[in-house]
Design a protein. Structure first.
Length: 324
């Protein structure tokens, strides 16, 4: 293959990658809509309101019926539902912009349609940070965590030869990256409330999981592992992380798959710690822990491969002494 052919091939490959990235990032955003979105409806007219919601869109909501308003509030604070409609007179709406500002806006609009009045009373039970009411900065911070993790994984995978050195680098990056990133987010940007050390531990675990996937795969299967891990995190994990929306607003099964990858688990875990005192943190924490453990296992596989004794392929000639 001459230089011109190689240049054309690289250009075509880059164009295909560009098209893939456009699909991965733009398609989910263009198809945001409720899909079995958990909400609560409580009060004397709960059945009537639930029926209206179902008639409007049968697949939009997963409706539960708490006994009273207190139970509905508890369900929101435990992250069992995204909001609630309280009936009895004019409908009132409880939302949680801390869980998803986009969902809170949608529930507010639906409540106004149900009430038939210019504006329905809306209470934000778990509010987003006042410096980031629309969740824009929160959603934007996930991509830097992913990109920096990929970059750290590539550097460690290519420049650090020993498996032990790679592991030390991963741990160092996780600790330092977690502490530094939350300092920036909480002090300079001031967009994520919550306990600093806990949030730093979450950010550090995310950094370790993402970079560990890159380093682990590259150690176990070679440089191709870098591309596999990086593309998985960037083209699947990030656009389907639901950091700016909610998993139930994304096309399925991609919304669910996104929560099984570090970017999606990171967004969910950070929300739980920052706004809900750790409610519903178990699942995303387990997902990140599994990715971190898998990275260590892959490093172990790579270490075992490196210790395999080399096979002497030199043929034995006739007359040469043979060791007994």
């Amino acid at each position: 293959m001459n230089t011109i052919q190689r240049a054309v091939g690289v250009g075509v490959a880059a164009a295909l990658l560009q098209a893939l990235m456009l699909i991965a990032f733009a398609w989910p955003a263009a198809h945001i809509a409720p899909r079995d979105l958990p909400i609560a409806v409580s009060g004397p007219q709960a059945a009537v309101v639930a029926d209206k919601l179902t008639q409007h869109d049968p697949d939009a909501f997963d409706i539960s019926n708490p006994a009273d308003e207190a139970a509905a509030r508890a369900a929101i604070q435990n992250r069992d539902v995204y909001g609630a409609v309280i009936t009895g007179g004019a409908p009132r709406v409880l939302v949680a912009s801390g869980a998803s500002p986009v969902v809170a806006q949608q529930l507010t609009a639906i409540a106004q349609q149900l009430s038939g009045a210019p504006a329905a009373p809306v209470e934000d039970v778990v509010a987003a940070d006042p410096d980031d009411p629309r969740g824009t900065a929160f959603g934007a911070m996930v991509l830097p965590l992913v990109m920096s993790g990929i970059a750290a994984g590539v550097v460690l995978g290519l420049l650090i030869p020993s498996v032990g050195g790679k592991a030390i680098g991963l741990i160092t990056f996780g600790i330092a990256g977690g502490l530094l990133s939350i300092v920036i987010i909480q002090t300079w940007m001031s967009v994520v409330p919550g306990p600093y050390l806990t949030l730093a531990a979450v950010a550090g675990l995310v950094s370790f999981a993402v970079s560990g996937a890159v380093v682990g795969l590259s150690t176990a299967i070679g440089r191709a592992g870098i591309g596999i891990a990086a593309l998985t995190m960037l083209l699947v994990g990030n656009p389907f992380s639901a950091a700016t929306s909610a998993p139930e607003l994304l096309p399925q099964p991609w919304g669910t798959i996104g929560q099984l990858l570090p970017p999606g688990a990171a967004a969910s875990l950070l929300r739980s710690v920052a706004f809900f005192d750790g409610a519903a943190a178990t699942k995303p924490l387990v997902v990140l822990a599994i990715w971190a453990i898998a990275a260590l296992v892959l490093l172990g596989v790579g270490a075992l491969r490196g210790r395999r004794p080399a096979v002497d392929a030199t043929p034995v000639r006739s007359g040469d002494p043979v060791a007994v």
